[in-house]
Each structure stands twice: as C-alpha cells, then as structure tokens.
Design a protein around this ligand. Structure first.
Ligand SMILES: [Ca+2]
Length: 278
C-alpha cells in the first residue's frame, strides 16, 4: 500500500524530470518507480536528505571526513559528491552523504546508477541501500545491500556485498568483486559505469554495465531475529532506501589516509533509477 501511494505522489515528479530519456530502457515487466537525473540546480530535498558530521566513530567505520550539505553539488545534469581537504572543527576533510530514508523506499526491484569514481587514495565512494524501518532490529539484523563500493587506490576495482546476521546473532556478509581489467573493460572506475542490483525474493544479483558480478541466492541470507522457516526472505523482504556517499579513509580502505598533496576528488552521479515489478 505504501508503495502505491508513493508512486502516485511521485508521478508529477517523474513527468518533470524527464522519463522521456529512458522509457525504452525500462526492463520488461517493470515500471519506472523512481528516477533522479540530477537535471536541476540543487539536490531535490523531496527525494534526498543529508547526513551531517562524522557519525559515531566515523559512521561506525573509522571514517575521517565531516559530511556537509555544501559538498553535494548538482550541475550539468549530474550530482557531484566532492571530498575535500578542508578543516571543520577537529576534522581535516569534508565530503557528502545523502539518503532517501522515508522518502523513496521500496521492496524488490532493479536499482541502478551511472557513476564515475575518483582513482584517489583513501577515497571510499558507495552506492548502497539500508532498511527503512529496521523491522528485524538494528544493524546488521535488518540487512544492508551494497550495490557498489570502491577503494580509490584501486583504479580497476569495485565490490558489492550483502550484510545480515546469523541465527546466533553474529554479523556476516557476502561479497563480489568486479575487476574491470579482467572483465574485458578497457576503462577504469574513473569512467562512467552503470552499477545495478536486481533484487527479488529469490536473489540479489549485482551487475556492472549489465555484466553479472555476483548473485546472492536467498538460501545464503538470514537474520537472527526471525526463523528462516517462517520468514525465508528476511531481512531482505522489507522496504529499503538509497544512499550515496564518499567516505575518506575508514575500514574498507584499511585506514589509508589521503596523500599529502590531496586537495579534492569527485564522485559524479549521472542518474539513479529504480524499477519495480508490474
Ligand atoms: Ca543526469
């Protein structure tokens, strides 16, 4: 029901933001549920909310940036998430992190974004999804879907992952790695690629430029708070929302810090689109 209401609310927005561009690309059997082409002059706050600051212990990951609104810039039809050497309080770096919590949320669908990433040490850009209501409990019990993460020091690699909990309560995750060099790509993460998840009751499949990187079947995942027998799709059977951010340093890049001459780096997002099943 919630999904239907949201679709109706978004209809004028979809018309305005130009579904003309990609109508022919809608996967068969799917409907365009949401898109942001970043055609305006600022971030649409009916869609996105900002996260500000450094969270708790660097957002739980020992990240060193301070997130600000000013570091998310919309221009030339694209969103630029700018990581900078810039002092704010005790922090030496700034960046941006945005999310659609309580605004764009859905269960199952195809989610994709066209993104270019900086090949810059200590940068940790990500396109991911978190549970809107955490029905199964706090992280990791309600799950996390990482469509794309990258370590800026690795110019040809991105990864994808799902996080969840085992019956005893332990956090666990499964990952897939995309090496652009060994997959016939001639380009690096700095060029635009489409990062995509096909999320259904049966599987979560991750793609880069329509090449399958990893498929996570339902039998893999679980949550400690409900039985697999009664809730086989849990925790990935509830509404999730979208996030885009670029962290600096942190666990994923093994605590790497930017080079001494680092000034700024950009993660550029051309569009984000969500298709849901008819
Ligand atoms: Ca665009």
């Amino acid at each position: 029901m919630r999904t239907k209401l949201l679709t109706l609310t978004l209809l004028p927005l979809l018309l305005l933001s130009g579904c003309k561009k990609n109508k022919s690309n809608i996967p068969e059997g799917y409907t365009l549920f949401f898109e942001d082409e970043f055609d305006g002059e600022s971030l649409n706050k009916d869609i996105w909310s900002f996260e500000i600051g450094n969270g708790n212990n660097g957002w739980g990951n020992s990240e060193v940036e301070y997130y600000k609104e000013e570091n998310a810039v919309v221009k030339d039809g694209k969103l630029h998430i700018v990581a900078k050497k810039e002092k704010v309080g005790d922090f030496d770096y700034t960046s941006a992190r945005i999310k659609t919590v309580n605004k764009i949320k859905f269960t199952y669908g195809i989610v994709e974004a066209r993104i270019s990433l900086p090949a810059e040490k200590a940068m940790w850009p990500a396109f991911w999804m978190m549970p809107n209501d955490s029905t199964y409990g706090g992280w990791p019990h309600s799950g996390e879907i990482d469509i794309m993460e990258a370590n800026g020091a690795s110019q040809y690699g991105t990864s994808c992952a799902i996080h969840y909990s085992l019956s005893g309560g332990t956090h666990t995750y499964d990952t897939g790695y995309n090496n652009m060099k060994t997959r016939d790509f001639t380009s690096s993460i700095t060029e635009f690629h489409v990062y995509k998840v096909d999320w259904s009751e049966d599987k979560i499949a991750m793609y880069v430029d329509d090449r399958l990187i990893k498929e996570f079947p339902q039998r893999l995942w679980s949550t400690a708070t409900v039985s697999k027998d009664t809730n086989p799709g849990a925790p990935f059977d509830k509404d999730f929302y979208l996030l885009l951010n670029m962290a600096i340093s942190g666990n994923y890049v093994k605590g790497d810090m930017p080079n001494g001459d680092f000034t700024s780096a950009e993660m550029v997002v051309d569009y984000v689109r969500v298709y849901t099943l008819n």
